[in-house]
Design a protein around this ligand. Structure first.
Ligand code: ATP
Ligand code: MG
Length: 448
């Protein structure tokens, strides 16, 4: 083990002893502990860092466990058979244990520009350093990799830059993260505007963490967001999709959306939705709100969420407006297809969406048509469609949002719980192919 006392950069840290923090080893993933111990035994230093330390200090269950080390990606590859180097500009090593992945990064110097030298040059440097490092087992000093204090300073927020070490189970704080944690503050490290310019996604991360942790964004960290939000236009749709996924699955999407609106950032992620909602009716607004609420409550109940469902809801107001503007669309399947494709394509300029999700969102929309205008022939096939359940949930959401759909949701609810005989009866009561369904659930309200 490299003891802290001789770790380069350590002089810049405040050390918090085990008696003064509540991180307990028992809450750390055994696989993360395995990696920490193995690296230490091989003569490297290794720390738990980032969200896991932050969440453990807050008494929350971390989503994943990230480790920072002075071992290079190549060292890690040699040490862990179950590892894989990912990323090109920033190499990260994934160590896989079944379904769990422990992510290990090598200490990096603060300034990203150091890492932005061409791939060739950086690769040469890494290779050169690799051998020197492997034999010495010492902290790297280089233009690419840095010491632990530099690694801390290149992280985004103070509460994300706390390091936990198995060496006397201490926490290392280089940026005042412990204090900010105590006061529930998201504070960016360094000059806020400069750090956002370096990576505009940090603005989204500030908002996400504030919502997720119930923290406030410190004044200086908040101030430049308004002016710099437009820099998000330069971020690739693929990266913005990754960020969107984290937002959707955070369990706090309602709050995040409210903050995104407040900071005028929404339009860089969900441009078409923001535009459509400006002129949308109450039911469409409500549908979006309900879909967001549903997402959070499903996660709170330990259920899974399907991002395509939320995308289907977010793009629904725009789709409806497109259909309304095209008088032929109402009755023509191909105009509907066109409108659906255009709605999705428009969103793809903002966030990428994997094809399987766009297909699923389109299926939800198409099934709305089939569910609405169902006829005898199509009932069974609609019901047997792999996306039926999602489409049915979507239908219920539309009704809950105030759309008048002639108790269709109830009809489908009854149909699902009915036995085969009753189903056949229900189908028999539906009007002829091509015509609208006539029968409602209760005979007393049986109107056309
Ligand atoms: P969670 O995993 O709960 O969403 P996290 O803080 O662990 O939160 P990750 O995206 O897993 O977030 O990143 C791990 C750590 O890497 C962060 O805590 C932070 O220290 C650093 N980091 C991640 N993204 C950035 C960024 N864009 N700029 C600077 N540092 C970052
Ligand atoms: Mg993490």
């Amino acid at each position: 083990m490299i003891h802290l006392e001789v770790l380069p950069g350590i002089e810049n840290a405040t050390l918090i002893d085990r008696d003064h923090h509540q991180v307990s080893r028992s809450k750390i993933s055994p696989n993360a502990l395995k990696v920490l111990y193995k690296l230490t035994a091989a003569g490297f230093c290794a720390y738990l860092v980032g969200g896991s330390v932050r969440d453990l200090l807050l008494g929350l269950q971390p989503k994943d466990f990230d480790i920072a080390s002075n071992a290079t990606p190549e060292d890690l590859r040699k040490l862990f058979r179950n590892s894989r180097i990912i990323g090109r500009r920033f190499k990260i090593v994934h160590i896989r244990y079944g379904r769990e992945i422990i992510e290990v990064t090598t200490f990096r110097a603060h300034h990203d520009a150091r890492n932005q030298i061409s791939d060739d040059v950086s690769r040469r440097k890494i290779r050169g350093l690799d051998s020197a490092h492997s034999s010495a087992g010492m902290i790297l000093r280089d233009n690419v990799y840095g010491n632990i204090d530099e690694d801390a300073l290149r992280r985004d927020f103070t509460v994300n830059a706390l390091y936990y070490t198995l060496d006397k189970f201490r926490i290392l704080d280089f940026t005042g993260g412990m204090d900010d944690l105590k006061h529930k503050k998201i504070r960016i490290i360094g000059d806020p505007a400069a750090r956002y310019r370096e990576d505009p996604v940090r603005m989204l991360r500030a908002i996400r963490f504030a919502a997720k942790l119930g923290f406030t964004i410190e004044q200086g960290t908040k101030a430049p967001i308004d002016e710099l939000a437009h820099l998000l236009e330069s971020i690739s749709p693929a990266r913005l999709f990754d960020e969107t996924l984290k937002i959707i699955t955070s369990g706090h999407v309602v709050k995040i959306f409210a903050l995104l609106l407040e900071f005028k950032v929404s339009k860089y992620l969900f441009g078409p939705t923001v535009t459509a909602l400006k002129t949308a009716g109450d039911t469409e607004r409500k549908l979006v709100d309900l879909a967001l609420q549903n997402t959070d409550s499903r996660l709170a109940e330990g259920k899974s969420v399907t991002p395509y469902f939320l995308f289907a809801a977010l793009l629904w107001p725009g789709l409806r407006q497109r259909l309304a503007a095209d008088s032929a669309a109402e009755n023509s399947y191909s105009s509907f297809q066109q409108a659906a494709n255009d709605s999705l394509r428009e969103q793809l300029d903002y966030t990428a969406i994997p094809k399987r999700f766009t297909i699923a969102a389109k299926e939800i929309w198409e099934l709305q048509l089939r569910i609405e205008k169902h006829n005898r022939r199509s009932i069974e096939s609609t019901f047997g469609h792999p996306r039926f359940r999602a489409a049915y949930d979507f239908l219920l959401l539309r009704e809950e949002a105030g759309e008048q759909l002639n108790s269709l949701g109830q009809w489908w609810t009854d149909f699902q719980i009915a036995d085969t005989k009753r189903r056949t009866e229900m189908i028999g009561l539906v009007s002829n192919p091509g015509a609208r369904r006539r029968r409602k659930r209760k005979p007393s309200s049986d109107t056309a």
